[in-house]
Design a binder for this molecule. Structure first.
Ligand code: EPZ
Length: 430
């Protein structure tokens, strides 16, 4: 398994091009299953999660053609998906266990082809990750659902029927799945307590272009008037706010100055407000954001993760790494996932002073310096937090199990090297 070696201490300077958003691309690729016409998606990130989802769609019978192009020194990826005639309505265990977001085929396949078999993804390092909201909502829309041999087997006799659904949590995944399912249902579906993340708005924009009739974009109540058919479309994926936020912390923790080209400040308001409160300068530019932490004396600030527009759980680990070297104490509270402090023991190995209370809160007391150490990645965002700690630490850090990073950060070492980090991948076979 590959490792990443970092020699800490270099302040980072220059520009990072922010890629297309992974968590938007995944549901949007699956939305292509709602039509038999071609759907062309621009600005797809070059990530192993996209490759994994493409493999699943290929086994469903989707024709996929793609290309990569260089645009202003930045490589972008385009794929055209066409599912004229699916050859399988099954999402097998081997695909879903590699990538949970494979569950986005559930809503589209059921509403269009009336049957789907999806291996239940199970939990992962950050929590139990139930699917009850997805399944209960589809049942409310008339689907019959059984769990057989680890699979969700869902059927409908005719079309799904519109329903008034109230989510008990504002789940991103369930909002995407039920939105997609409702576009081709008979009648109106109302989703209350829907997620409002920018990824949902991008999916709604795509679905509308495909002919869906959806009201309530950017609000927690979505009304979907079912239509008979959706058509092919071309769509450009929004940029990744979590990747942008992660590199913003890289500039801050190394006391550097980095421009995040193509970052959308609107999607990052809450984390950038927190960054400013630590003493870092955050300014909008023509192309994105500039993060300047030269001569900044970092100050510890409390963080509470919440649904959008609150502080994103997907930036909690990275900001915790920053608090490790800030002055004073910071309380970090994780409200979305029940097990998202797996980076803490690794940060402590690098000299951080962190006390975890229960599973939701941690007190971070800043230390003057971290020291490099061999550490272990546990999930995507925790891995990036360890890279950040390594960039700020004295000496050498080796981050093991970097396949997590390849799932969600495009060309990570390349982007870091361009802004002056001393970082390299050590290729190793198992
Ligand atoms: C998405 O996961 C993201 N993944 C996650 O990013 C992100 O952390 C999460 O949203 C929250 O923002 C993708 O978009 C692929 P949820 P998702 O359903 O959709 C509970 C990353 O690092 N819940 O919004 O799976 C659940 O337990 C990843 O890129 C139920 O109770 O998350 C959690 O407490 C990690 N029942 C809360 O809702 C359900 O049926 C939010 O989960 C579904 C969810």
């Amino acid at each position: 398994m590959d490792k990443i070696k970092i020699i800490g201490g270099n302040p980072l300077f220059g520009k990072v091009y922010i890629s297309g958003a992974k968590n938007t691309a995944l549901p949007i690729i699956c939305a292509s299953l709602l039509t038999d016409e071609p759907v062309t998606l621009y600005n797809l990130p070059i990530l192993s999660d996209i490759t994994s989802l493409n493999l699943l769609l290929k086994q469903i019978g989707t024709q996929i053609e793609g290309r990569q192009e260089e645009l202003n020194g930045h490589i972008t990826q385009t794929f055209t998906y066409c599912t004229a005639k699916p050859t399988s309505l099954i999402a097998p265990y081997d695909y879903v266990r590699k990538m949970r977001a494979s569950y986005y085929v559930l809503g589209p396949l059921l509403t269009k082809y009336r049957h789907v078999e999806l291996s239940l993804p199970g939990g992962c390092a950050i929590g139990a990750r139930p699917m009850d909201i997805h399944l209960n909502s589809l049942e409310q829309m008339g689907a019959s659902i059984e769990i057989k041999n680890g699979y969700v087997v869902a059927d409908i006799k005719d079309r799904l029927k519109g329903a008034h659904i109230v989510f008990h949590s504002a789940s991103v995944g369930a909002t995407c799945n039920i939105l997609m399912a409702a576009t081709l249902a008979e009648g109106d579906t109302i989703i209350e307590n829907a997620a409002k993340e920018p990824e949902i708005a991008d999916l709604i924009n795509l679905l509308r272009k495909m002919g869906a009739d959806i009201e309530g974009i950017n609000t927690s109540t979505l009304t979907i008037h079912g239509v008979d058919k959706l058509h092919g479309v071309e769509h450009e994926i929004i940029n990744d706010r979590i990747e942008a936020g992660s590199y913003a912390v890289a500039a801050a923790i190394t006391h550097g100055c980095v421009e995040l080209v193509n970052a959308n400040p609107e999607y990052l308001q809450c984390p950038m407000d927190i960054l400013q409160k630590t003493g870092v300068s955050v300014k909008k530019t023509e192309n994105g954001l500039i993060i300047d932490a030269q001569n900044t004396k970092l100050q510890g600030i409390d963080i509470y993760t919440d649904y959008y527009p609150g502080f994103p759980t997907d930036l909690q680990a990275q900001f915790m790494a920053l608090m490790c070297v800030a002055d004073g104490a910071a309380m970090v509270t994780e409200s979305i996932w029940e097990n998202r402090f797996m980076h803490v023991p690794e940060l402590i190995r690098m000299g951080a002073n962190i006390n975890v209370h229960g599973h939701a809160s941690a007190i971070v007391r800043g230390v003057p310096k971290l020291s490099g150490a061999p550490v272990m990645s546990t999930d995507l965002r925790a891995s990036f937090a360890l890279i950040l700690a390594g960039l700020a630490a004295e000496g050498e850090t080796i981050v093991n199990r970097v396949y997590h990073l390849d799932r969600g950060y495009e060309r990570l070492e390349e982007k870091f090297k361009l802004i002056g980090a001393n970082i390299e991948r050590i290729k190793e076979s198992d």
